[in-house]
Design a protein around this ligand. Structure first.
Ligand code: PEP
Ligand code: MG
Length: 536
C-alpha cells in the first residue's frame, strides 16, 4: 500500500480503480506487411467498433447537451464511411499496416478540407476527421474511445483538468478527481462539488498507479494506492456511514428553507449546463442562482449560434418549471480561455480582457447571447446577470443593448418577457458604488471567489498562495455586509453565488447579515437547509 497526500477540495470517500486521464496523442509508424488481407480485416473490425462508439457519443450528447451538439457525431460517422476506398488502396498498393493507412487517409482528408476556402464549415471539420482517424487507430490497438470513456467507475487522476476537458467526460463514471496540480478554487474543484464527489489537488500520485485499486479520502486529502485489507475495510465502513448521512439529508427534500422564527431564504443551485440539471432537481433547489453560460462556449469549437444557445436556455427554463433561473452572461477570459475568441495573450489575464469587458467590446457576440436569452424567457422564469461589473456605465450600456434586442424581437414578432436584470458583485469597486449600482438593477449576486481574489490581490488559481487566500478575511465579510445593506436600501435583493455561499461555518452569519438568497453547488443545498432550519 502507498499513500500520497495532497489538498482536499471536496469531502467524501471514494473507492475504485485508478484511471490516469489520457491526453490524446496517437503516434503511428509505417510498417511493411505481407498479409494485406489481414490488415484490411483489422481495419474493418476497428471501423465497426468506432462507428458504435460514435453512435454512443451521439446519444449521450443528445441527452446532455441537445440536438445541435449531437449532430457533429453524425458528421463523424459520415467521414468514417468515406475512409474505406482510400484505406484499402493504401494497404494494397504500399503493403503497409492498417494504422498507417488510416492515419494517412485522415491527414489527406484533413488537407483536402483545409483547402476548401469557400466552405468555412467544412474547413473547420479538419480536427473532426483527425479525431475519427485517431479513434479507429486506438480501436485497432485495443483502446476504447478517446481513452477517457470508462467502462467502469473510476478515480480519475490527471496533472490538471481544463474546463473544456471536464465537459467531455462521462461524469457518471467518475467517482473522484485527483489532480497533481490545480487549486481548491479551480473549476475542477467546483465541478466536483456540483457532482458531489471527493476531489484532491496538488497530490503527487505517480503515473504507475494507473489501473490499481485506490481509495480517495476527501476529508484528509489522501489517496491510498493498493490499500491493505484493514484500510479497505475501514474505508468501506466510512463510505457506508457517509451514504447513510446522505440518506438522512434526503429527508429534508421538499421542506422549506426557513428559520424557526420564520425567515425564508432562497436556496438556489449553481450549474454549468444542462447536464447538471438532474443534480439540481435531485437536491431540491428552489431555483438556479448561477448558470455559468460560458460553458456553452467552452464546449464548442466555434461561437455557439443563437439557436444553439436558445435551445439550452429554453431547456433549463422548462425543466425548472417556473422556478427562477439566473443566467450569467458570458464570463470568458482569465482561467476560461476559448481559442476561437482569438484573444491576445495578456500578462495579467485576471485583470484583463474578461467577461463584461469582452461583451461590451464585441457587442455582436453579446447581442447574440441576449437574443437567445430573451427568446428563452418566454418559456420560464429567466433572469439575466452581468459579471465583473465595476462601473455604473457598464450596466447602463448592457441594459441599452438589452433594449435594442427587445426592439428587434418585437419587430420580428418573437415572444419574450421583461426579465429581471442583476449583476455580480465581485470587484471591490462594485461594493464601493453598490448604492449607485442598486438603482440600476433588480438583484445583486456576490461572487466571493473573484471578490476574494480582487480584494486580497491574490490570484485564485495560484496554488502557492493558498495559505494567503482567505475568503473568511474580515475585509471580504465586511464587503458582503456593505453589499447587502446597499441592496436593501434600494429594494434590490442580494444573494451569494461564490463558493463561500455554501460554507456551513458562515451560513448563520449570512442569514443574520440579511442575505436573501444563497446559490451553491447542488450537493451543498440540503446540508445548508438543515443549518437554516435549525436556526432561531
Ligand atoms: C465568483 O467569482 O464567485 C463566481 C461565482 O464566478 P466564477 O467562479 O465563475 O468566476
Ligand atoms: Mg467570478
Amino acid at each position: 500500500m502507498e499513500v500520497y497526500e495532497g489538498k482536499a477540495s471536496f469531502k467524501g470517500i471514494a473507492i475504485g480503480k485508478i484511471a490516469e486521464m489520457k491526453k490524446t496523442e496517437t503516434v503511428v509508424r509505417r510498417v511493411h506487411v505481407d498479409n494485406t488481407e489481414h490488415e484490411i480485416a483489422r481495419y474493418h473490425a476497428a471501423k465497426e467498433q468506432a462507428q458504435a462508439e460514435i453512435m454512443e457519443l451521439h446519444d449521450k450528447a443528445l441527452k446532455e447537451v441537445g440536438e445541435a451538439q449531437a449532430e457533429i457525431f453524425e458528421v463523424h460517422s459520415m467521414f468514417l464511411d468515406d475512409f474505406d476506398d482510400s484505406v484499402e488502396n493504401i494497404i494494397n498498393e504500399q503493403s503497409v499496416n492498417a494504422e498507417y493507412a488510416v492515419a494517412t487517409t485522415g491527414d489527406n482528408t484533413a488537407a483536402m478540407l483545409a483547402a476548401m476556402d469557400d466552405n468555412p464549415y467544412m474547413q473547420a471539420r479538419q480536427t473532426d476527421v483527425k479525431d475519427v482517424a485517431d479513434r479507429v487507430i486506438r480501436d485497432m490497438n485495443g483502446g476504447s474511445g478517446h481513452g477517457n470513456e470508462f467502462t467502469e467507475e473510476v478515480l480519475l487522476v490527471a496533472d490538471d483538468l481544463a474546463p473544456s476537458e471536464t465537459v467531455s467526460l462521462d461524469k457518471s463514471k467518475v467517482l473522484a478527481f485527483v489532480t497533481r496540480e490545480g487549486s481548491t478554487n479551480s473549476h475542477t474543484a467546483i465541478l466536483a462539488r456540483t457532482m458531489n464527489i471527493p476531489a484532491l489537488c496538488q497530490t503527487p500520485v505517480p503515473k504507475e498507479a494507473d489501473g490499481k485499486l485506490g481509495i480517495v479520502d476527501g476529508f484528509t486529502g489522501k489517496i491510498f494506492v493498493d490499500p491493505d485489507e484493514d484500510t479497505l475495510k475501514k474505508y468501506q465502513n466510512l463510505a457506508d456511514a457517509e451514504a447513510e448521512k446522505k440518506r438522512l439529508l434526503k429527508e429534508l427534500k421538499g421542506k422549506d428553507t426557513v428559520t424557526r422564527s420564520g425567515r425564508k431564504i432562497k436556496l438556489y443551485a449553481n450549474i454549468g449546463g444542462i447536464g447538471d440539471l438532474n443534480f439540481v432537481l435531485e437536491n431540491d433547489a428552489a431555483g438556479i442562482g448561477l448558470f455559468r453560460s460560458e460553458f456553452l462556449y467552452l464546449q464548442s469549437n466555434d461561437y455557439p449560434s443563437e439557436d444553439e444557445q436558445f435551445k439550452a436556455y429554453r431547456t433549463v427554463a422548462e425543466m425548472m418549471a417556473g422556478k427562477e433561473v439566473v443566467v450569467r452572461t458570458l464570463d470568458i477570459g482569465a482561467d476560461k480561455q476559448v481559442d476561437y475568441f482569438k484573444l491576445d495573450k495578456e500578462d495579467n489575464p485576471a485583470l484583463g480582457f474578461r467577461a463584461i469587458r469582452i461583451c461590451l467590446t464585441r457587442e455582436e457576440v453579446f447581442k447574440t447571447q441576449l437574443r437567445a436569452l430573451y427568446r428563452a424567457s418566454a418559456y420560464g422564469k429567466i433572469d439575466i446577470m452581468f459579471p465583473m461589473i465595476t462601473s455604473v456605465w457598464e450596466v447602463e450600456r448592457a441594459k441599452q443593448l438589452c433594449r435594442e434586442v427587445q426592439a428587434e424581437l418585437t419587430a420580428q414578432n418573437i415572444p419574450f418577457k421583461q426579465v429581471p436584470i442583476g449583476i455580480m458583485i465581485e470587484t471591490p469597486a462594485a461594493v464601493m458604488v453598490a448604492d449607485d449600482l442598486a438603482e440600476q438593477v433588480d438583484f445583486f449576486s456576490i461572487g466571493t471567489n473573484d471578490l476574494t481574489q480582487y480584494t486580497l490581490a491574490i490570484d485564485r488559481q495560484n496554488q502557492h498562495l493558498e495559505r494567503f487566500f482567505n475568503p473568511h478575511h474580515p475585509a471580504v465579510l465586511k464587503e458582503i455586509q456593505m453589499t447587502i445593506e446597499a441592496g436593501h436600501r434600494h429594494n434590490t435583493w442580494v444573494g451569494i453565488c461564490g463558493e463561500l455561499g455554501a460554507d456551513p461555518e458562515l451560513t448563520e452569519t449570512f442569514v443574520r447579515m440579511g442575505i436573501d438568497e444563497l446559490s451553491m453547488s447542488p450537493s451543498s443545498i440540503l446540508p445548508v437547509r438543515k443549518i437554516i432550519r435549525d436556526m432561531e
